[in-house]
Design a protein around this ligand. Structure first.
Ligand SMILES: [Zn+2]
Ligand SMILES: [Zn+2]
Length: 214
């Protein structure tokens, strides 16, 4: 989206080439890289949507395997009204068990700039930060890996917790919040659940070392 702030001067987004696509901003390209790292299939600006309000909306990404829209929100594009309206429009309205193509309907995510986790200042300085997102509408979105079909995805805490691709249960899987340290942003190293304990241990050691050095 190319919305500009209504107040103040627009901050220029720099077109960025990645994987054969020219993105409107570095942040969008970083999100594409992050999706690739997590092996999530994406399409960039595949569809112009006319919202119930009559507004025309070109969401940044459609993630076809997991029925999710991703709208990247950086300093140049802070407005989120259209993403919120799309989220409301496409959310599940089933009476009784959900019969939508994706559990809970299509999801709309806002992808923010990467964030460092609190207390992380002294740790892993070279890292750009950790993936940061929010659901545009409805309950909070968490990142999860489906052990059945292997797809990484976002789900909300609305029950039942089901894989958006294969519909099998995710009730006993670990859910990751935005800017969890196992989810580096724009990185080329893929997280795997087997690594989680090791990563957490490493981070704890780094923090302990950094504190000891203070
Ligand atoms: Zn439904
Ligand atoms: Zn699955």
């Amino acid at each position: 989206m190319t919305d500009l702030p209504t107040d103040g001067q627009p901050i220029e987004a720099v077109p960025t080439e990645y994987s054969g696509t020219t993105f409107r901003s570095r942040l969008e390209a970083d999100w594409a890289r992050t999706l690739d790292t997590q092996r999530i299939l994406w399409q960039y600006e595949p569809e112009r949507i006319i919202l119930p309000s009559g507004a025309h909306y070109l969401p940044d990404f459609w993630l076809p395997e997991i029925g999710t829209w991703l709208e990247v929100k950086g300093p140049a594009t802070p407005r989120k009204e259209k993403a919120v309206e799309l989220g409301k429009t496409r959310a599940c309205r089933c009476d009784g068990p959900c019969a939508c193509a994706w559990p809970g309907g299509e999801m709309v995510l806002l992808g923010w700039v990467a964030e460092r986790t609190h207390g992380d200042i002294n740790v892993a300085r070279s890292r750009p930060g950790y993936a940061n997102w929010a659901a545009a509408h409805g309950p909070s979105a968490y990142f999860v890996l489906c052990p059945w079909c292997g797809l990484r995805q976002w789900i909300t805490l609305r029950r039942p917790w089901k894989c958006r691709a294969c519909y099998r249960s995710l009730e006993s899987e670990e859910l990751f919040q935005p800017h969890d340290r196992v989810l580096p942003f724009g990185s080329s190293s893929i997280w795997s659940p087997a690594d989680t304990a090791a990563i957490r241990r490493e981070i704890a050691e780094q923090i302990a070392e950094a504190e000891a050095a203070d």
